[in-house]
Design a protein around this ligand. Structure first.
Ligand code: ZN
Length: 215
């Protein structure tokens, strides 16, 4: 398991506990709308959080299977965001449309480089949220990060040293990732990215959940 995967797990745990900046919450909700990959994991974390709040006696740290078995025995199904409704924007998930107050047609793009357009969305609490439109086959400038960057693919796909990401996929890059994302051939790529998203868990719920996230 590489650092970006555990970074994503941590973000999802923070999402469950309500401990993420608004653009990150919107991004993760949009991810759950578009992709089924992490819905089960989020549901399990919600069950764990609920069990903790109900005072379930925790098993010894590291006894992950036993704890999970206890949780599953309770069969606490919690709702997760439903798939995007058919009335929504064909590209933007409903969570993002609600956040922006408009669909893709309302985005005011600014050209940044040949083949790359940007729209600054928001920057609360020191995080920076942007939409990117990358022309098919175009590579973004090579870069690394001082903080962390999470990116949700909304249309098309991109690839970098960490993998290939298609609609609904999340990429998590931190200061150890030095990359040059390139949009796939044949289709323009539209992404929602948040820079300096927190990747650490804090507080009592974080201390409870951390043993489940670190192998
Ligand atoms: Zn990056």
């Amino acid at each position: 398991m590489n650092s970006s995967v555990s970074g994503l797990d941590t973000l999802l745990a923070r999402y469950v506990t309500g401990d993420v900046p608004e653009p990150v919450r919107v991004m993760l909700q949009a991810h759950l709308e578009l992709s089924g990959k992490n819905r089960g994991f989020v549901r399990d974390l919600e069950a764990l959080g609920g069990a903790m709040l109900e005072g379930l006696e925790p098993a010894p740290v590291g006894d992950r299977d036993k704890r999970l078995a206890e949780i599953f025995a309770q069969d606490q199904e919690r709702p997760v965001p439903a798939p995007a409704d058919t009335q929504a924007d064909p590209v933007l998930p409903a969570a993002l449309v609600h956040y922006l107050g408009h669909g893709l047609d309302g985005v005011r793009w600014r050209s940044q480089l040949p083949g790359l357009k940007v729209c600054a969305v928001d920057n609360p609490d020191g995080v920076e949220a942007n939409l990117y439109w990358i022309r098919a086959g175009t590579a973004m400038p090579h870069h690394t990060h001082e903080g962390s960057e999470i990116t949700l693919v909304l249309k098309g796909a991109f690839s970098d040293v960490t993998g290939h990401y298609a609609r609904g996929d999340l990429s998590v890059a931190d200061e150890t990732v030095d990359h040059r994302p390139r949009a796939g051939e044949g289709e323009d790529c539209i992404c929602f990215a948040v820079i300096d998203a927190p990747l650490r868990l804090t507080g009592p719920i974080g201390r409870f959940l951390n043993p489940f996230l670190k192998q």
